[in-house]
Design a protein around this ligand. Sequence first.
Ligand code: SF4
Ligand code: SF4
Length: 63
Amino acid sequence: MTMASLEGHMAIIGCNNCGKCALICSHDALEFHNDRVTIDHDRCVLCMDCAKVCFIKAIVYIE
Ligand code: SF4
Ligand code: SF4
């Protein structure tokens, strides 16, 4: 996805791939696979729970 097409979605920027956020997403929108986290934007409900647990603030909402 380009930055423009990410408008209105969560984006992962500068992630250290700790995997913590994928454990707490109650909508199965975050997948930790091959040491990388990806977001399924069709499942994400923008609850921001992942952003709250990411201690380096690598998950942001793109306005
Ligand atoms: S905003 Fe909520 S639903 Fe979307 S990926 Fe983060 S925890 Fe999951
Ligand atoms: S919690 Fe933050 S640093 Fe860890 S995998 Fe998720 S986005 Fe990346």
